[in-house]
Design a protein around this ligand. Structure first.
Ligand SMILES: [Fe+2]
Length: 193
């Protein structure tokens, strides 16, 4: 245990350390970028929301714990399992770092479980930050690994879960290259339909 470091800072460091080992190249940047979007959307976001933003996808970083898409017939069921597994792993980190504040621990767990679907003002904020970060940093690398059809499906899914405010922000993002710009435009049209 590192002496002289605040417990919540230890949690942040541990989350960053685990995500740095991910085999998915965009994961570390997506983690910090989701936190950046959260703070742009709500500069007063508290420590609980910030930890949830930083660690919401942490299960993808540990192969032994990773939820596998092929094990689920339904994409939403896969995403729900992904969210719950990440929440469980964050719970373990919070406990390992000696966080005893049950309200804080419970809220991080709840927010991460809801980070794909939202449902209240705080989890909706996390959904927006996560989705905006997907379009901001994940999209080019996701498209490299997946077919155009799958990339388009993922973009439409991402647009549909954005709030009106976040949709306006997403419309102003400029992806690198014409192909991605066309893909995003097509996704926006389909999401609106
Ligand atoms: Fe994410």
């Amino acid at each position: 245990m590192t002496s002289g470091v605040e417990p919540l800072e230890r949690v942040r460091e541990r989350i960053t350390e685990v995500i740095a080992s991910s085999s998915i190249p965009e994961d570390p940047r997506h983690s910090t970028n989701t936190l950046e979007w959260l703070l742009k959307l709500d500069p007063g976001a508290d420590a609980t929301l910030q930890l949830a933003a930083l660690g919401h996808d942490i299960e993808r970083s540990v192969d032994a714990r990773k939820v596998i898409r092929a094990d689920f017939r339904d994409y939403d069921a896969f995403k729900a399992a992904h969210a719950e597994q990440s929440a469980e792993m964050l719970l373990e980190i919070l406990q390992q770092c000696g966080i005893r504040d049950s309200a804080l621990v419970g809220e991080v767990y709840r927010l991460v479980c809801l980070h794909e679907v939202g449902g209240d003002a705080r989890s909706d904020l996390l959904v927006d930050a996560d989705s905006l970060s997907y379009f901001d940093v994940n999209l080019p690398l996701y498209c490299e690994r997946n077919s155009r059809e799958e990339s388009l499906r993922r973009c439409v899914w991402g647009y549909r879960r954005l709030s009106e405010r976040a949709r306006l922000i997403a419309a102003g993002l400029r992806p690198p290259g014409d192909e991605l710009a066309v893909l995003m435009g097509e996704a926006r049209v389909r999401a609106a339909g």
